[in-house]
Design a protein around this ligand. Structure first.
Ligand code: SF4
Length: 94
């Protein structure tokens, strides 16, 4: 017989425990708060960091930008030399 770690005392194997609506509501509220903070951080970051800059500070844009610094290896993506403190959008050649 296998044991189910989610099994609750007093609840037969294979049966579902009754849903505790209050616990569920608290859990969903906590989850919503976590997602809201993630979204706020992403929005804040989007206003400062160019969306074309990847995690390694390489530029993924398919257009010219004066912040692009091209390495000697022409197959490598350009390095973004822009500051995350300035508005990057004025540097774009679009
Ligand atoms: S600021 Fe310019 S160089 Fe930097 S990631 Fe954005 S588009 Fe590329």
């Amino acid at each position: 017989m296998t044991s189910d770690s989610r099994q609750q005392p007093g609840v037969p194997v294979g049966a579902h425990a009754p849903v505790d609506a209050e616990r569920l509501r608290e859990s969903l509220t906590r989850l919503y708060d976590i997602y809201q903070k993630i979204a706020e951080k992403a929005d804040d970051s989007f206003n400062k960091r160019c969306p074309y800059k990847d995690a390694r500070s390489r530029c993924t844009a398919n257009f010219g930008c004066r912040n692009q610094f091209f390495p000697k290896d022409r197959f490598e993506r350009p390095v973004c030399s822009g500051s995350d403190k300035l508005d990057y959008r004025t540097s774009w050649d679009v």
